[in-house]
Design a protein around this ligand. Structure first.
Ligand SMILES: Cc1cc2nc3c(=O)[nH]c(=O)nc-3n(C[C@H](O)[C@H](O)[C@H](O)COP(=O)(O)OP(=O)(O)OC[C@H]3O[C@@H](n4cnc5c(N)ncnc54)[C@H](O)[C@@H]3O)c2cc1C
Length: 228
């Protein structure tokens, strides 16, 4: 296994482009360094000395650096309450203290702690691409296979919303996570992925499957009542 130590975000993204099939970014390492994780056997592009680790207000926006941990987000009074609540869906303190917001979004898990809340918050990702910095709406990023480096997650600083998690226990995989913020609805459903839109009827757009988190009928029911 090779570990690269790029000096700039652009260098990191170019390394990822050149080694698309064999390398991933290394942030908190909670997935990359795990046996059986998505990165097993892959080379690592260490992004841990590239900054991107601050939570700060810029005008009307809140910028969360991609290397901020779930614990830092949960503790920050700058972060809207429903996003902090979503960060706490990670019930293990050890993992919350290491796992980053960039890593959580980069994995594109269908039981992501943060994806539904940030999508409902209409978050924009500030990314480094091989062509320079640009912005992408989070929902589009999560439904793509884009390998750009997330540098920061940007939301309105006074955003309000709500988020709910349905799972057998706090530590097991969520069956459904539902969030609503200022008229945007988002659903992460295990086995089905992410849906979002401007009405609760997004629940109708997903195809539900039986799996360890519950039956297809059960998850469909949860998705339908989640916003009521
Ligand atoms: C036992 C266990 C249970 C878990 N259960 C859940 C769960 O229920 N829900 C959930 O959401 N997560 C779950 N996770 C995953 C955990 O939350 C993630 O491992 C974590 O969020 C990833 O963050 P990290 O910083 O450790 O990423 P890393 O492990 O360092 O990286 C993970 C991936 O993210 C990509 N990445 C990292 N940083 C960036 C970036 N800035 N831009 C673009 N891509 C990037 C990398 O390419 C890499 O492939 C679980 C993990 C474990 C070990």
């Amino acid at each position: 296994m090779k570990i690269y130590h790029p000096q700039t975000p652009l260098e990191a993204v170019m390394l990822r482009k050149e080694n698309a099939a064999t390398a991933v970014y290394l942030a908190g390492g909670t997935d990359d360094l795990r046996l059986g994780g998505a990165a097993e056997g892959k080379d690592l592009i260490d992004i841990n000395h590239l900054g991107m680790d601050k939570i700060e207000i810029k005008g009307e926006k809140l910028c969360i650096g991609s290397r901020c941990t779930l614990q830092e987000i949960a503790e920050s009074e700058l972060v809207p309450a429903f996003i902090r609540e979503a960060a706490r869906f990670c019930s293990s303190f050890a993992r919350r203290n290491a796992a980053t917001i960039g890593g959580n979004l980069g994995l594109r898990r269908d039981d992501s702690y943060l994806a539904a809340a940030l999508t409902a918050a209409d978050a924009v990702l500030l990314r480094m691409t091989p062509h320079g910095e640009n912005e992408k709406k989070i929902g589009e990023y999560l439904q793509s296979s884009c390998k750009a480096l997330i540098m920061a997650v940007v939301i309105d600083k006074n955003r309000t919303g709500r988020v709910k998690r349905f799972g057998n226990t706090a530590a097991s995989h969520a069956a459904v996570i539902a969030a609503e913020s200022e008229g945007i609805y988002a659903l992460s459903v295990h086995g089905s992925g992410l849906a979002y839109g401007d009405s609760p009827s997004i629940a109708e757009t997903l195809t539900y499957t039986d799996d360890i988190t519950g039956s297809a009928e059960y998850k469909k029911y949860l998705a339908k009542i989640a916003f009521s």
